[in-house]
Design a protein around this ligand. Structure first.
Ligand SMILES: Nc1ncnc2c1ncn2[C@@H]1O[C@H](COP(=O)(O)OP(=O)(O)O)[C@@H](O)[C@H]1O
Ligand SMILES: [Mg+2]
Length: 190
């Protein structure tokens, strides 16, 4: 059974997509079978892996809505062993459309089941929010990587995040905080 890893942080610009794409590519080079799910309407992981975001394909939106089976949403990338489920800006609408669905936080977890044996790792690049898309990623995940900036508020947030996920969903989820940036990385050097 493939391990599901969500790369999440409520903050934007902390390196979630960079970590997701690079980790996915590195594991694929090690000949692990990888599925990367782009769960951010900004679709940066999708375009980052060379998939066009201009034409609308079946992807994370249909997967979360259960209007397409997962095999129809998987796209091969140019990297051997690395597949992606693409995103599109239309994914923003899912936050409203799922609201009155039963078990709305578990749509992704259920949708992943049929392919979980085909992959070594399923990585989920989350959006910078704690909305329904991210909750779906967190309930599907066996572990969560939280890329952060090295500063006090970021660390305090990641502790609360972990407690909230455990309390609310009672999942035995492992969380790892990954210090991606030091403050200096953000300074413009001339
Ligand atoms: N370790 C790093 N060192 C330097 N720049 C980085 C690093 N990780 C990410 N970046 C840059 O920071 C910006 C935001 O990263 P991104 O992965 O898009 O963040 P997020 O997905 O959390 O919004 C991008 O321009 C990216 O190239
Ligand atoms: Mg991103």
């Amino acid at each position: 059974m493939g391990k599901v890893i969500a790369i999440a942080n409520q903050k934007g610009g902390v390196g979630k997509t960079t970590t997701s794409v690079n980790l996915a590519a590195a594991l694929a080079i090690l000949e692990k079978k990888i599925l990367l799910i782009d769960a951010d309407p900004q679709a940066n992981a999708t375009s980052g892996l060379g998939i066009s975001v201009d034409d609308k394909k079946l992807g994370t939106y249909e997967l979360l809505e259960h209007t397409a089976t997962i095999d129809k949403t998987i796209v091969k990338t140019n990297v051997a062993h690395l597949d992606i489920i693409p995103s599109h800006i239309d994914l923003v609408a899912i936050e409203i459309e799922l609201v009155d669905k039963k078990e709305r936080e578990f749509m992704l977890k259920k949708a992943l089941k049929p392919v979980q044996n085909q992959y070594d790792y399923i990585l989920i690049d989350c959006a910078p929010s704690l909305g329904l898309i991210t909750l779906n990623a967190l309930t599907a995940a066996n572990s969560i990587i939280i890329p952060i900036q090295c500063e006090y508020f970021a660390l305090a947030f990641s502790y609360n995040f972990k407690q909230n996920v455990r309390r609310r969903y009672r999942t035995e989820v492992r969380t790892s905080v990954f210090a991606n940036f030091t403050r200096g990385d953000f300074t413009t050097r001339s």
